[in-house]
Design a protein around this ligand. Structure first.
Ligand code: GLA
Length: 380
């Protein structure tokens, strides 16, 4: 990938620049909890974005996406926002840096990536983190890593219409080879967990389905959670986020919130607890419990939070039938992947069965990605 980027950069700009990269992510457990102040358990993966960048001494960004074969130029003022969706991520990162007082100017860039788009592995966070990290380095801005992650998150909020939490950008900025991270999204305390499950493998099955309106449905889920938290807060002022509540307090407001908001909150409160259970289980190398919790998450995401779909439920059922230890829909939902914790000896029969049955039912194969936990944002 680096050679192709470099060749294109030389052709377009007649010089060479510095290389930066960042990663997509997986999440073992803790889904839809980040914007509820809860816990998440992600790690960066060996699929990411790579960019060559050189300052150009103007106030213009000249950006080329190798994968899409598209070239865009834009200025750095708010009214210069480009329309192509990929370039809005880069523009948003520049604007969010400027809003925070960072002095930056124009640059030339060519970038490419191998995070499957729309698969729930956060290709957009990888793109944001690459540029946030690179601009911080090239302009010597001294922005800390948390703020780099927040720059990516604000880019999603303000330039891409997704009111996401901090998990994806955190994972892609803080990710380390071989380590998952437990992040408390309320206090931002985090801990690295070496993850080498002896006798097991983590594998993603990509349904290759991307549902339209996923981002507006995601934003709606977030609003439901905020309404439920606000209702509970009236009785229990210490509740800032749903993470601070419990099932008992939720039941006290059952009649004053909609059935839908109740279901969403029920899922979130249970999911926050599941992450802590998984952490305990990991301390004991108890992967059977980790797996059980993953199935519980899937059930909740499917029936209570309603962000699964037929294809993902199907893949989850096959995992169960094959005796896979844990399986669930990963990420924002509405398509994308299941993440599966599978015993080594079941790996081949599971993948074969999943491919055959899925193809028979939906007319195409799911894609298979072995998870390799890798480094996040870095200079190459
Ligand atoms: C998307 C968002 C994250 C998180 C997950 C669900 O990936 O970007 O902030 O909310 O969905 O856990």
């Amino acid at each position: 990938m680096q050679t192709k980027i470099s060749e294109k950069f030389t052709t377009l700009f007649g010089c060479s620049g510095d290389f930066f990269a960042s990663a997509g992510r997986i999440n073992l457990i803790g889904e839809q909890t980040d914007y509820n102040g809860g816990f998440v358990f992600p790690g960066a993966i060996d699929k990411g974005i790579m960019a060559e960048i050189k300052l150009n001494g103007t106030n213009k960004v000249c950006a080329y996406s190798l994968d899409l074969d598209e070239y865009v130029e834009f200025g750095l003022a708010e009214e210069d926002a480009p329309s192509q969706s990929w370039s809005r991520y880069i523009f948003g990162v520049c604007r969010e840096i400027i809003k925070r007082g960072g002095e930056i100017s124009g640059f030339n860039t060519v970038f490419a990536g191998d995070v499957p788009l729309g698969a729930g592995m956060s290709s957009s966070a990888a793109l944001e983190s690459t540029f946030a990290f690179a601009l911080n380095h090239l302009f010597n801005l001294g922005i800390d890593k948390f703020e780099l992650a927040r720059i990516g998150q604000s880019t999603e909020h303000n330039y891409c219409g997704v009111k996401c939490g901090i998990m994806d950008q955190f994972a892609s900025v803080f990710g380390k080879k071989g380590q998952l991270m437990r992040l408390d999204c309320k206090t931002m305390e985090y801990k690295y967990y070496p993850f080498h499950p002896e006798g097991y493998r983590l594998v993603l099955l990509d349904s290759v389905v991307k549902h339209e309106l996923a981002s507006s449905a995601y934003n709606k889920r977030r609003e439901s959670c905020e309404r439920a938290a606000a209702a509970i807060r009236e009785r229990h002022p210490e509740v800032e986020f749903l993470r601070d509540a419990n099932r008992e307090w939720l039941d006290e407001v059952k009649d004053s919130i909609s059935e839908e908001d109740y279901m969403r909150a029920e899922y979130v409160i249970d999911e926050v607890a599941r992450v802590l259970d998984v952490c305990d289980a990991l301390e004991r190398d108890d992967y059977e419990t980790v797996g059980e919790k993953m199935y519980e998450t899937h059930y909740g995401m499917s029936r209570l939070y309603e962000v699964s779909c037929e294809e993902l439920d199907f893949l989850n059922n096959i995992a169960r039938e094959c005796g896979v230890t844990g399986s669930r829909v990963m990420g924002g939902g509405f398509g994308g992947c299941t993440i599966n914790l599978v015993k080594n000896e079941l790996y081949v029969p599971f993948i074969e069965k999943a491919k055959a049955a899925f193809t028979q039912r939906f007319g195409h194969e799911p894609k298979v990605y072995d998870v390799v936990i890798s480094d996040g944002a870095r200079k190459l």
